[in-house]
Design a protein around this ligand. Structure first.
Ligand SMILES: *Cc1c(COP(=O)(O)O)cnc(C)c1O
Length: 483
């Protein structure tokens, strides 16, 4: 496809700028003016529309395709929340408005949204206070572990490491390490959860925290969670909840009630903000009472006169985690989403998400190996090991799915499953869509038996087919990768 610059012809124009609605502040000094026109593409309005519509069609997105990308919760994002986030009363706020620093007078609505979302998240998770500042799940993890470190430092505890099961997301050990801890990896038992015996042997007074995803990345809920929390607390360590999988237990169980002390949520996963391609997201962090003094500043508080304000005076705070208050539009969308669905709707989210995942798992179990085959929560992990004996690997099946108009599941994660394909249908898909996915997966399993060699030609329908992945990571020129 031609670049928009290659489509440019002098004199064509696709945009008219509105008339100035403010007086020009000053003339730009000649020294700073460019000597020749900016090299902007000259393209007509239909030319621009076709160019970008064409580009968008080369992509996979939840608005166009089924997207069962495990662990990422690619649910349909209601357009209602986009409309709310686009309200001019919000979009025209300026974060450097002086009122923000003093009385917070002109931004009451925005501060109320932040404050109310925090309250709602406390109710959903069983935590006692939230910061909405972190801008992604991983950023939330880092914030959470920094809070834990600040807590231990304040209490004079000398702690050295964080315990993380081997099914954990790679960001877990990374966050723990950046926050200054060593990581002890605990292997999973045959049922797919953290091995309780090995956990007990690894836990001692040097442990700062245990980081768990629950249900974990295999879609399995840990039945020993209360015992783990009790032992952890007895050792003077804290329980960290990676909330990326909250979609599985929304309205059903609260991490706070299960014994967790710190939680991050991925608003862009559970609370329906479009994501992928690197953002924007939000990873708010909730804590129990003992950790509140360490939360980042500024904190949104409600004054005795009922006004919302920003509080910078927290001597034990870990300080700034992000500029201003995080990705405000994502916070706003999450709040709109919660209000749109209500208590009943949020409970239905997890019920349907879990039902859909179990339905797919039951229908596919004859055709693919399922290493941890018991009732799952919102996602499950298949293995393409049977197909790989014929030379058809998880990645080949993923490429085959693309040609059938389906976004591949997460492949090769979690690391503890060979040829892993992690499937998360989410609650927003119809039975027809799920059935179509099953049919395609069965078709590909049959093809792997009959004609395994053909998989190396997939995908055939995309602008870029099988890039050399090592080269792709080093050389970002997409055009050189085709073929
Ligand atoms: C997505 C995910 C993360 C990281 O969240 P980001 O928002 O992508 O930074 C952490 N843990 C699990 C289990 C995840 O699925």
């Amino acid at each position: 496809m031609e670049l928009i610059f290659e489509k440019s012809r002098p004199g064509r124009r696709g945009v008219t700028l509105p008339a100035k609605d403010v007086p020009a502040a000053c003339e730009v000094d000649g020294r700073y003016r460019r000597g020749r026109d900016a090299e902007l593409p000259c393209v007509s309005e239909p030319g621009v529309v076709r160019h970008f519509t064409g580009l968008s069609k080369m992509n996979f997105g939840i608005d166009s395709h089924f997207y069962p990308l495990g662990s990422c919760t690619m649910k349909y994002n209601p357009k209602f929340t986009e409309r709310i986030a686009g309200l001019e009363e919000f979009t025209s706020l300026h974060p450097l408005g002086p009122q923000l620093v003093r009385g917070a007078m002109l931004t009451q609505g925005a501060l109320e949204v932040i404050s109310n979302l925090g309250s709602v998240l406390c109710e959903i998770t069983g935590m006692e206070s939230f910061t909405t500042q972190p801008m992604a799940g991983a950023h939330g993890e880092l914030t959470g572990v920094m809070l834990i470190a600040a807590y231990h430092r304040h209490k004079g505890n000398r702690k050295k490491y964080v315990l993380i099961p081997d099914s954990g997301h790679g960001t877990n050990p990374a966050s723990a390490a950046i926050a200054g801890y060593k990581v002890r990896t605990i292997r999973s038992d045959t049922s797919g959860v953290m091995d309780l015996g090995e956990f007990k042997r690894s836990l001692d007074e040097d442990a700062a925290a245990v980081m768990l995803t629950c249900p974990n990345t295999l879609g399995v809920f840990n039945p020993h969670i209360k015992e783990i929390a009790d032992l952890t607390h007895k050792a003077g360590a804290l329980m960290y909840y990676d909330g990326a999988n909250l979609n599985a237990i929304l309205g059903k169980a609260r991490p706070g009630d299960l014994g967790f002390d710190v939680v991050h949520l991925n608003l862009h996963k559970t609370f329906a903000t479009p994501h992928g391609g690197g953002g924007p997201g939000a990873g708010p962090v909730g804590v129990k009472k003992d950790l509140i003094p360490f939360l980042p500043v500024p904190r949104v508080i409600r004054r005795t006169d009922g006004m919302f304000a920003l509080d910078f005076e927290e001597p034990l705070s870990i300080g700034y985690i992000s500029p201003f208050y995080g990705n405000f539009a994502v916070i706003l969308k999450a709040y709109a989403y919660v209000l749109l669905l209500g208590r009943k709707g949020l409970i239905e989210v997890s019920e349907s998400a879990v039902l859909n995942a179990n339905y797919l798992k039951c229908r596919l179990r004859k055709y693919y190996d399922i290493p941890y085959d018991k009732d799952c929560l919102h996602e499950f992990v298949l293995s393409a090991s049977r197909q790989s004996e014929k030379g058809v690997h998880a990645t080949d099946i993923a490429k085959g799915l693309i040609d059938k108009g389906i976004h591949p599941p997460t492949v090769y994660f979690p690391l503890i499953v060979k040829e892993a394909m992690m499937i998360e249908p989410t609650e927003t898909e119809s039975k027809e869509t799920l059935d179509r996915f099953v049919e395609v997966m069965i078709e590909l399993a049959a093809l792997a038996e009959k004609d395994p060699g053909v998989f190396k030609e997939f995908p055939r329908t995309t602008p870029v087919c099988r890039p050399d992945e090592v080269k792709a990571a080093r050389d970002m020129d997409v055009c050189s990768l085709s073929g």
